[in-house]
Write a new protein. Structure first.
Ligand SMILES: *Cc1c(COP(=O)(O)O)cnc(C)c1O
Length: 455
């Protein structure tokens, strides 16, 4: 045992020296006059940082704004017709058709946000009081709020090391009242849809894919949002493509499409879609106005033309980093259900303890390449307003049923989710990272990882 351990230490020391040397010889960099041995000393311990100027990862979409979006937007302004119904050559309609074609679904509806897309999907699927919907314990608030606001009961399942819902934890949460599962494809990753669909089929459950953090991502060759019964997306600033705000609902089912259309536009079946649905087959019902404006449609129609470029760039950068750190002994990366298809928005390492993860992130930040825990979502069951089941009215139907009264949220309801999130962290990737940025990320991860493993 002792001898084995020694060999491993020697091996690590050799790899460490090699990587320090390769950092040293990189051309075009002024590294100061420190001795070679100092190169591997971590910046957090007073060594020279890999980067002097910290690497940032600004929102993807706006970095790609150019004359394409400008032209589309100006056309709406000059047409003086910013309302989608009746707009000649409607941009919102063009966006919907192009988006549906891009991800490979029959129908897409542009709405005002990812949140209102979720409300629309819940309404289309007739989810309401008495129903239960299974969500991952780590996702965005809108997934929970949409279920509560339609009067149904949210039930949380744990995540796994992909940071998406753990299929193995879904079945234990299913009851005769369960109506749907909402797998979220989070932080550029994809949920394990084969396993989720198998469970859904077995128990006759509906599946709503939340693709807000994975627009353009694919699972085994199919775009996310085209796999479940319905998909939703967001085009808010922090998503893959953006008009500041915006959302979409997708489906292949004409009945769900008609219900979603009616719900999002005051119960009516508007012009361009009336014909496609043969005048409409369903009665109108109490509904909302979540219509997309022509200005939003114009920007998104332009941004959609950049979606492939953005996704390819992030994936390429992510692949290079993974290749550059693949030989690190004992390295454990965030799991992925499709590592080539997902967006690769993060290079996250999974550590044995929170202390190690925190130390790793602090040291990475000191090296100037950033260092982030999982973000963009919250551990919902431990949020105060959720733990206390606070709603807009004390008699809210979600929490008046025996199940709604009995259900206990809180941190104790999702220990594995909290543990995994506490041990995960790394670097956020960006489509505009240059080759040199990518090399710095590799160098910093190698330097810190090796220092920590040989300490
Ligand atoms: C952003 C987000 C939403 C909500 O989208 P908005 O456009 O901000 O309303 C829903 N789900 C997830 C997973 C998100 O990240």
């Amino acid at each position: 045992m002792h001898e084995q351990k020694k060999n491993r230490r020697e091996f690590l020391a050799t790899v460490g020296a090699a990587s320090a040397a390769s950092i040293l010889v990189r051309p075009g960099e002024v590294r100061g006059a420190a001795a070679p041995e100092d190169k591997a000393r971590l910046a957090i311990d007073g060594g020279t940082p890999v980067r002097k100027k910290a690497l940032s990862s600004p929102p993807y979409g706006p970095q790609f704004y150019d004359d394409v979006e400008k032209k589309e937007l100006l056309e709406v302004l000059e047409s003086r017709s910013p309302f989608r119904w009746g707009a000649p050559d409607s941009k919102a309609l063009k966006f919907e058709q192009a988006y549906a074609k891009h991800i490979g679904v029959e129908y897409a509806i542009g709405v005002t946000s990812g949140t209102t897309a979720l409300y629309t999907a819940m309404a289309a699927l007739e989810i309401g009081p008495g129903d239960e919907v299974i969500l991952p314990a780590w996702t965005w608030y809108a997934d929970y709020d949409a279920v509560v606001l339609c009067g149904a009961l949210p039930v949380f399942a744990e995540i796994d090391e992909s940071l998406a819902i753990d299929p193995d934890d879904i079945e234990a949460r299913i009851t005769p009242r369960t109506k749907a599962i909402v797998p979220s494809h989070l932080q550029g990753g994809v949920a394990d849809m084969d396993a989720i669909l198998a469970i859904a089929r077995k128990h006759k459950l509906l599946v709503v894919e939340d693709c807000a953090q994975c627009c353009g991502g694919r699972y085994k060759g199919r775009y996310v949002g085209s796999i479940g019964d319905m998909g939703i997306n967001s085009f808010q600033l922090s998503k893959t493509i953006t008009a500041g705000e915006g959302g979409a609902v997708t489906t292949n089912n004409p009945t769900l499409f008609e219900r979603a259309l009616r719900f999002h536009s005051v119960g009516s079946l508007p012009g361009p879609y009336k014909e496609a649905l043969k005048g409409g087959l369903l009665a109108s019902f109490a509904s909302c106005n979540f219509r997309m404006s022509e200005f939003t449609g114009a920007v998104l129609y332009g941004q959609l033309q950049k979606l492939n470029t953005i996704c390819e760039a992030v994936r390429r950068n992510n692949r290079k980093v993974r290749e550059g750190i693949a030989d690190l002994p004992g390295l454990k990366l965030r799991k992925s259900a499709d590592v080539e298809g997902d967006l690769g928005a993060t290079v996250f390492l999974v550590w044995e303890t929170k202390e190690l993860r925190d130390k790793f992130l602090r040291a990475l930040r000191a090296e100037g390449v950033g260092g982030s825990p999982p973000g963009g979502s919250a551990v919902l069951p431990r949020d105060q307003r959720i733990e206390n089941k606070l709603t807009i009215h004390p008699d809210w139907p979600s929490f008046q049923t025996p199940q709604g009264k009995a259900i206990k949220y809180g941190a104790d309801s999702c220990p594995r989710t909290i543990d995994i999130l506490d041990r995960t962290g790394g670097v956020l990737m960006n489509p505009k990272h240059t080759d040199e940025d990518v090399q710095d990320i590799i160098a910093a991860i190698r330097k810190v990882y090796l220092a920590m493993r040989t300490a």
